[in-house]
Ligand binder design. Sequence first.
Ligand code: XUL
Ligand code: CO
Length: 438
Amino acid sequence: MSTAYSDLPVVRYEGPRSTHPLAYRWYDANRVVLGKTLAEHLRPAVCYWHNFCWKGEDVFGLGNTVFQRAWFAESDPVKAARMKLDAAFDFFGKLGLPWWCFHDRDVAPEGATLAESNRILDGLLEAAAKKMQDGKVGLLWGTANLFSNGRYMSGAATNPDPEVFAYAAAQVKHVLEWTHRLGGENYVLWGGREGYETLLNTDLKRELAQYGRFLSAVVEHKHKIGFKGTILIEPKPQEPTKHQYDYDSATVHGFLKTYGLENEVKVNLEVNHATLAGHSFEHEVATACALGIFGSIDANRGDEQLGWDTDQFPNNHAALVPAMLEIIRAGGFTTGGTNFDAKVRRQSIDPIDQLEGHIGGMDTMARAFLSAAALYESGQLEKAVSERYAGWNGTLGQQIQGGAGLDELAQIVHAQGISPTPRSGRQERLENVVNNFV
Ligand code: XUL
Ligand code: CO
């Protein structure tokens, strides 16, 4: 069987001195750091949508296929989907990365009814299950596309029409069950159209309640079928809707608390979604870890001059060290991993470009992880932080944490003549420490 990727070599690790364009220089999958291999720490995944579904279209070239792939030229959509599936698994094998991710509509075309769509999807996912039997690639997560079809233009769970809610629920049921069957580690809900454009036509309170009910139903079904993976929400502040309900980690946590789901659902944090929310990625990771909802990451980047989701491959390892440090501090991934939600540029038309995009992205994440691990092992930042908060281990700190009230604290301040002396935060010294490890 020949695919678009047949002529490409299997990518191997050759080390930082290698000049081979198709070799990993930092991602040595079996290298053991902090007690686990790099592959076990990072749990890298290749996504289906950007690689095998996007035709290189943009708003100025709608309907035009820029990427010449045999499956885009095939007129029978199911046959085209089979060709795409063969190519995808060939591509996964070339990269040697252990996981993949999909939306239902990436894998299979939509039929005239949901029943027909499900039947087509079943055929394709049966074939995927067979390809997965050799155990070389596992499913990091599955998800349902609740945003492309026009029926979802006003949202899926948050649609003003309950029929759309029901349709979306039926779609998620099917994909969640398939994710379970394929041994998926997680199930993702990115709230594609869950948001609004204008309050003139929107009942915000009702929509949030609908969304809460939808998510609860997903969690109930997860338990009903015995799915042991994690349900993940992927926050994003805007695009496609002006106000997306899942703005960022903190907003999602508040939403989960409201519906009693904070112990059931975690977040899949995407680097450029954090940027679009006006946060650093490390802020999003640290917030999710602190709130106990950190799950998984989508690795990519935006463009400093563009305010939308460009989904480029990560290429700056230094920028990712602080986020990696937060992940290490929190104990690393459990069911989560590093999904490359990234695509090559529109002019990168050759299959080899996709391979190189992933190689660069993988090396960037591995190098960031190695730097963060060395920084963590040095203990320098941990020491500085624990010294900064040392007062909280003293008598006064204990009294406050023990619940001392305003009267008691006022008494202590007056009796002891407390008059705090400001101390330097030493940011520059700590930035220099970080730079010694990147
Ligand atoms: C959209 C996005 C999605 C999710 C999965 O910005 O990131 O591709 O990752 O639906
Ligand atoms: Co994403």
